[in-house]
Design a protein around this ligand. Sequence first.
Ligand code: ZN
Length: 248
Amino acid sequence: MPTSLAGATALVQRLVDEAHHTVFFGGAGVSTESGIPDFRSQDGLYRQEYDYPPETILSRGFFRAHPDEFYRFHRTRVVHMDAKPGPAHLALAALERAGRLDGVITQNIDGLHQAAGSRRVIELHGSIWHSHCGTCGRVFEGLDAIMGPEPVPLCPCGEVIEPDVVLYEDPLDADVIDAAIDLITSADLMIIGGTSLVVYPAAGLVDFFRGDHLVVINRDGSAPGHHRAQTHVITESIGAVLGGLRVG
Ligand code: ZN
């Protein structure tokens, strides 16, 4: 394990330089550096304001039963309209532009990779930036359709609009999973950032990696096990490590 930020950046630089196909897999920690809190670690704060824990509010059953309470939470705690891409987002977009990164797989729903300029972004849990009507199928791009002023946003057909995000109790989209597996199986370097990858089914995706080097950049030092790849654990800031890479 590198013992300094400079050592960590040098290690990742060397591995990226040696790799032919690099894939990045990111979680909440990528966006917390852009000021988007990870609700899983903020449970206590919400209990003062909401009668249910976030995991309950952000479930399919709760959405159906209490769309008004769901949207109160979604609009204020999940959607952060003013968030800007951080150094990690920008570095990954630059790597992709330079032909050094095949794509990004993310558990985040904030759209910040695309805002930074990344083109191939696989969003395992969907995106806050588009929605649809589950009844008539109408599609809504952007946030205007769901942000109010009504307590519950309604489609012109009269039904509740649903954000295209994966809620608790929802399965992941099979086509999205397949696209993620394609990226991972063709990569010889996989960088995991801002997630301990302990939440299944996303956690199982790392098993498809066949390369030699797995880099895990995670503040708490936790890392998924792997059957063959050498795993490098880095506990520095992901923005600082990736932001320090030379691209080109
Ligand atoms: Zn409709």
